[in-house]
Design a protein around this ligand. Structure first.
Ligand code: GLN
Length: 196
């Protein structure tokens, strides 16, 4: 299972430390990832929230984004939150580079500016058996504008899909690491296993 391997957390920018803290609470070690070399040693990867454009700028010069894409195509399990989901999408609005490994389209900052960031009730698909955190923290959150056929929706905010899964990828447009509980991280450790 993922939980018995090495969890890498992309640690260039954004809310990476909060993810590492959740794993610490669960008794699972994680390592910060800042270079393609560090990526080689991990069995699963977390792409945190933050600013996807800033992350892209920090990754591009060292080819880190493309390396992450190759590893995901090769089966590396990924937990992506917020900006992390933007990095994985097929089409990003307004347009910016993305990996296209998760069959969704996404609109950045779709719920408005920082002042409209909010904590919203979530509706879960019964297929999600994590300890349910009933609310999601949305910070300048993106919105999934298209979800491909092979992508399973695990939670909604009103009508909007906000938590999805496709093979080894678990993606949330909210910030589970800033909410209470560790249900999503536990679900990732338990279910998102794939041979690497
Ligand atoms: N607005 C950010 C972006 O477009 C995402 C916000 C977040 O990760 N909380 O990258």
């Amino acid at each position: 299972m993922v939980g018995s391997g090495v969890i890498g957390v992309l640690a260039l920018q954004g809310a990476f430390e909060a993810h590492r803290e959740v794993f610490r609470r669960l008794g699972v070690a994680s390592v910060p990832i800042r270079t393609p070399q560090e990526l080689e040693a991990v069995d699963a990867l977390v792409l945190p929230g933050g600013e996807s454009s800033a992350m892209l700028r920090l990754m591009e010069p060292q080819g880190l984004l493309d390396r992450i894409g190759k590893k995901i195509q090769g089966g590396l399990p990924v937990l992506a939150t917020c900006a992390g989901v933007i990095l994985l999408a097929v089409e990003v609005t307004p347009h910016q580079k993305s990996l296209g490994v998760l069959d969704v389209d996404i609109q950045r900052n779709a719920y408005g500016r920082q002042v409209f960031s909010s904590i919203e009730p979530l509706i879960f698909n019964p297929a999600f058996d994590g300890t349910v955190t009933t609310k999601g923290v949305f910070i300048r959150a993106p919105r999934l504008t298209r979800v491909g056929e092979g992508v399973e929706i695990l939670a909604w905010r009103k009508e909007d899909p906000v938590l999805v899964r496709a093979s080894g990828i678990l993606a949330a447009t909210f910030h589970p690491e800033l909410g209470q509980g560790s249900g999503l991280h536990e679900f990732f450790l338990k279910h998102m296993d794939r041979p690497v």
